[in-house]
Design a protein around this ligand. Structure first.
Ligand SMILES: *Cc1c(COP(=O)(O)O)cnc(C)c1O
Length: 434
């Protein structure tokens, strides 16, 4: 039984989502259900026309107004308000460290990172798309934050079981504890290998049509439009608040790995939101910086850094960026930050503002610091992508004090945690799915 898979007519109104590789055209709910396009490309949302008239005042209403045109005549449209109610149960406030530097706090969700917004919206959408009389298996490979956000979003949803793969010993102790703390319909496997091994195992299983059909397999990785699109909402909200309170559109500086978060900001600007410049802040994985500065894209091998959720050598959303915006150098700015600068920025931000930031947020803060040193007086908002308490082992020695743990994270860390060992072999994963 399909809850809301209406008969899709093949007309311009409904089939408005295309693959970056050209051939495929589907509805938005089909794109959300499929994740990756069958031609190997990424699904692109339709070009967004500027919002007519005034925006509402609340985060919730603004999110509805922003996403509604994307779900126009889609079977999920009647469910959109309920989906946002379910997913966006926490706020995204901007705190101002000075009159022209804001911090957009994206870490108030259940796993204390911005990925909660996208993961929860995806879960709310998939719950209304997949059959209700069978179990769908969601597979995730994670290097840290993704797995926890997805696990939390699908936990206790009886239509789903979740299988998480993470590299043993290569995530922080608190991240590992979080991943194993859900239990119930969530199984966490610590793989004897790297993140790439985990991702390759997941990819191999997901491209095996027999296995996909047998176990009703789907993925929840960051290329899903179900995760990307809702992320526009907090940029819209922060930008509109900034204009209302301070009379001027902000620019954003965004810690960036796979480019999912920052791409949502570009889409919000395309929709006519008052957003000035968009600056990507990477760690020592510099492919996006080279692209934004020279127009040439060359993926690199991944290098490990203190901002490990951004350790990406070949950002998957580059394919979307190049597809949508021909002139990348005019679309985004970018700069990179090495580990030493991450550390000094965490210390400086604490000393100067009393603000404790995570290593990812520090990349963005450092990039802004450099702009200021060059005389930039603009109004900038730094996206704070995770709570520093998730990275206590890095941050606490730098600031010389204990980081208060937010209640939602403390609750998860107080749960017992259980993970299962798994060799980095495809056959081992396939056996576990039985
Ligand atoms: C995932 C993540 C990022 C990178 O976001 P992308 O969408 O991959 O660019 C940055 N910071 C934190 C804390 C993350 O978990």
């Amino acid at each position: 039984m399909r809850q809301c898979r209406g008969r899709a007519r093949r007309d311009g109104d409904r089939m408005n989502v295309q693959s970056t590789r050209g051939g495929i055209e589907v509805t938005l709910s089909e794109a959300i259900a499929q994740g990756l396009a069958p031609d190997g490309g990424l699904f692109m949302p339709p070009l967004l026309k500027p919002h007519p008239g005034a925006w509402s005042d609340t985060f919730h209403q603004r999110t509805i107004e922003l996403l509604k045109p994307l779900f126009k005549s889609d079977p999920l449209l009647p469910h959109l308000t309920a989906m946002i109610d379910e997913a966006f149960t926490f706020d995204a406030p901007t705190t101002w460290l000075s009159s022209n530097t804001g911090l957009l706090e994206l870490f108030h969700g259940p796993t204390s990172a911005f990925k909660d917004f996208g993961a929860r919206f995806l879960a709310a959408a998939l719950a209304r798309i997949v059959p209700t009389d069978a179990i769908t298996t969601v597979l995730v490979a994670t290097s840290g934050d993704t797995g926890a956000a997805v696990a939390s979003a699908f936990h206790n949803r009886p239509q789903f079981r979740l299988v998480i793969l993470y590299p043993d010993q290569l995530v922080s102790a608190r991240q590992a504890h979080q991943l194993g703390a859900f239990g119930g319909n969530v199984r966490a496997f610590r793989v004897a290998g790297t993140f790439d091994d985990c991702q390759n195992m997941v990819k191999s299983v997901l491209t095996d049509q027999v296995l996909v059909a047998r176990h009703r397999l789907t993925s929840a990785n960051s290329i899903s439009l179900g995760r990307l699109l809702p992320q526009m909402a907090y940029y819209a909200h922060a930008a509109l608040n900034c204009v209302a309170d301070l009379g001027q559109p902000p620019s954003f500086v965004i810690p960036t790995g796979n480019l999912g978060n920052a791409f949502a900001c570009l889409l919000a600007r395309e929709r006519g939101l008052p957003i000035d410049r968009v600056m990507l802040a990477t760690n020592n994985n510099r492919a996006l910086v080279t692209l934004a500065q020279t127009g040439v894209y060359e993926p690199t091998a991944t290098v490990p850094t203190l901002a490990n959720a951004m350790d990406v050598g070949a950002p998957s959303n580059v394919e979307r960026l190049l597809h949508r915006f021909q002139d990348v150098q005019r679309t985004v700015l970018a700069d990179s930050v090495d580990d030493a600068a991450i550390q000094s920025c965490i210390q400086r931000t604490f000393t100067e503002h009393g603000e404790i930031i995570c290593p990812h947020t520090a990349c963005a803060m450092e990039v802004l610091h450099r702009l200021r040193a060059q005389g930039d007086q603009g109004r900038w908002i730094v996206a704070a992508t995770a709570h520093a308490a998730k990275f206590d082992s890095i941050v606490e020695p730098l600031i010389g004090q204990h980081i208060p743990v937010p209640p939602q994270l403390a609750a998860l860390l107080a749960q017992p945690s259980h993970s299962e060992p798994l060799p980095a072999q495809l056959g081992a994963l396939v056996d576990c799915l039985q």
